[in-house]
Write a protein that binds this ligand. Sequence first.
Ligand code: COI
Length: 355
Amino acid sequence: MEITINLAIKKKEKPTDESKLGFGQTFTDHMLLIDYDTNRGWHNARIEPYGVLKLDPAAVCLHYGQEIFEGLKAYYGKDGGIYLFRAADNFKRLNYSARRVCMPELDIELAMEALKKLILIDREWIPKTRGTSLYIRPTMIATEPFLGVRPANKYIFYIIIGPVGSYYPEGLNPVKIYVESKYVRAVPGGTGEVKTGGNYAASLLAAEEAKKKGFTQVLWLDGCEKMWVEEVGTMNMFFVIDDEVITPSLTGTVLKGITRDSVIKIVRNWGLKIKEKSVSINEVLAAASSGHLKEAFGTGTAAVISPVGQITYKDKDYIIASGKMGEVSQKLYDEIVDIQYAEKPDPYGWTEKIG
Ligand code: COI
């Protein structure tokens, strides 16, 4: 399919101070859109000036949340090249999410080609400092104007991109996490393992209440017994207990994180012990109390590797790694970031130079 290009006449002002980028506030001059309807399939791929979408107020996505998205990044390499990290894996996961909420799957080759074109058009927006990158947000929404509850027959897939720094204001400083014991995020058979907007809407109230108590995020427990550690909503979780790295297994209620997968492969490659298993909150707290919990950290595209310095459960605080970034977390951060910025050879085949 041909991708038509309509360049912006008026360019936006780019942020000048890369240390103040934050996350998700600034978008580039262009966006990519592709339409879908059940008769024609995907059609009308186009890159246009970034701007508001015109949506019918009856569009299905606005009423029943038929929406999915992804998050990935492009980086300025040490050699001045532009690198994508595991982009095809993100599009594969987008298609996995699409199947779960009855949306059409994308042609991954088309999505990759369109993404590369968009990034190269807006390449001047990619920040250069280590710790900054170009965040990419592929999104699919149901646009058919219809109020009956059934899958829509019209969709838009679009990609917006923008320069980002660290996701949390803490940067690489450890975050404080509140273990949520009132609300739940996901239940078996639900949509917890896919990237659909409703999962995030469901998490907001708990996060706001935790924020008021001084926490950065909540740690979700399973929706049935409220006993098993799941994820943080914006990150998958890892714990270093003695000499073993452990992470909750993917049981259908936890996002299939791509950074999570990268961490597992790196740790295994280093020859350290790594286990995906059911992790109870009691096991984590007992290990914290007895000094066996050496480190805890979250992983995600936006968060990269984010150390957890405190976990609070039922008003009791557990300080981890003396509230500092642990050795394994730091080593993993360095390894992943070195690969992403092409400062090191990528033995895993995760990075692709696109320009
Ligand atoms: C990402 O890590 O890219 C995500 O999609 C998490 C996001 C909700 C900030």
